[in-house]
Design a protein around this ligand. Structure first.
Ligand code: NDP
Length: 384
């Protein structure tokens, strides 16, 4: 049976992993829409390879290049924020949400509102608008499949069990490239060092988030929305090998874990085939070669991100959206060489210290909170 697919953020790391899986099972999928921000040439190449009906760039100034690259192919081209939402609402059986940042929120909401299945990698959307998004999932009868490897692991470990029986959900964290660095060393960490993740090959923003541990902080908030066990039952353990992707402990003392290679094609395949399974070309897990699995408590002195995220979740209301927006601004500034590595968490903390706006109750209000928090965070940027 052929199913239809739309990928939001097709030119990124998750987009590439998804399309790699589709390439191996072409006869089972028909691609409706592929989107990017401005990589028009790459988007056009993918749209042609996969016979997409529609290609969309978020940045409208990149539309002429996309149109040119697609001329004569019969593939429709569009650009701009509304076009991204229209692409998300093409009625695909499965929509993969893989835009990076809160920029993906409105398209994610558009995909949810049409029902169908949403494979959600875009964690920032859920962090910024968790309650509103989860409420929309319920109201529109959409199926939300967590694609982030940790949440996909938890989702798998929960199958066939009652959420009331959960004692703990444990998110594993690799600890990133700076796991053993002193505060002094962290303050001098360069962009190049932060972009070298020991286990995963990912986009730049999430790679920096892994180095600061904001990735785990965002994931804590993501898990809090996805799995209703309460914040006090969510914990984090550092596991440098990234073999166990997360665990669920039940009240009888059983702990279920999901293991796999550090390859996003595994959780993406789990979402694409759910509730069944599909073949992947991923390397099998060779535990004898790996040898040792180790675990450490997170150090929130050197990496305050998880503490900030937990506090933002506890504060609720606008706080998670503010935390996310400030982090996006700070990471972009770090990548642009404007601030040091340790200033990222300092800027997020200071932005959260400002008076918080009222709790947002709609998508428009979340976007307003996001915009305001970005402005505040930008004002705090100091030269490195
Ligand atoms: P990438 O940076 O590799 O790709 C991001 C994608 O989003 C690209 O297609 C990019 O287009 C598009 N994009 C960027 N900005 C905008 C915008 N303003 N409007 C519209 N589209 C935009 O990111 P990743 O694939 O690494 O991550 C995507 C999401 O998945 C993130 O939320 C991340 O946290 C999450 N995730 C990623 C994992 C990974 O292994 N990479 C693992 C788990 C979660 P263009 O190419 O034109 O810039």
């Amino acid at each position: 049976m052929t199913r239809t697919l739309t990928i939001l953020g097709a030119t990124g790391s998750i987009g590439a992993s998804t399309l790699d899986l589709i390439r191996q099972s072409r006869d089972q999928w028909r691609v409706k829409a592929l989107t990017a921000n401005c990589q028009s040439a790459e988007l056009a190449r993918l749209a042609i390879e996969f016979g997409a009906e529609l290609a969309v760039v978020g940045d409208e100034s990149c539309l002429p290049e996309l149109r040119e690259a697609l001329s004569g192919t019969g593939i429709a081209a569009a650009g701009g924020a509304q076009a991204l939402c229209d692409a998300a609402a093409t009625g695909a059986d499965v929509t993969v949400a893989a835009i990076v940042g809160c920029a993906g929120l409105a398209p994610v909401m558009a995909a949810v509102e049409q029902g169908g299945t949403l494979a959600l990698a875009n964690k920032e959307a859920l962090v910024s608008a968790g309650d509103i998004l989860m409420d929309a999932v319920q109201r529109h009868g959409a199926t939300l499949l967590p694609t982030d490897s940790e949440h996909n692991a938890i989702f798998q470990c929960l199958q066939g069990n009652a959420i009331e029986d959960v004692r703990w959900i444990t998110l594993t964290a690799s600890g990133g490239p700076f796991r053993e660095w002193s505060h002094e060393q962290l303050s001098k960490a360069t962009r190049e060092q932060a972009l070298k993740h020991p286990n995963w090959d990912m986009g730049a923003k999430i790679t920096v988030d892994s180095a600061t541990m904001f990735n785990k902080g965002l994931e804590l908030i993501e898990a809090w929305h996805l799995f209703p066990v309460g914040l006090d039952r969510l914990r984090i353990v550092v596991h440098p090998q990234s073999v166990i992707h997360s665990m669920v402990e039940y009240r009888d003392g059983s702990t279920l874990a999901q293991l796999g290679p550090s390859d996003m094609r595994v959780p993406i395949a789990s979402c694409l085939a759910w509730p069944q399974r599909m073949d992947t070309a991923c390397k099998p897990l060779d535990l004898a070669t790996i040898g040792t699995l180790s675990f450490f408590a997170p150090d929130e002195e050197r990496f305050p991100a998880t503490k900030l995220a937990r506090e933002a979740a506890e504060a609720g209301g606008a706080a998670p959206a503010v935390l996310n927006a400030a982090n996006e601004v700070a990471v972009a500034a770090f990548l642009a060489g404007q601030i040091t590595f340790t200033q990222i968490s300092a800027i997020v903390a200071r932005t959260l210290d400002c008076a918080l706006p009222p709790a947002p109750t709609s998508l428009a209000e979340v976007l307003a909170v996001d915009g305001e928090a970005r402005q505040r965070a930008r004002m705090m940027l100091e030269p490195a």
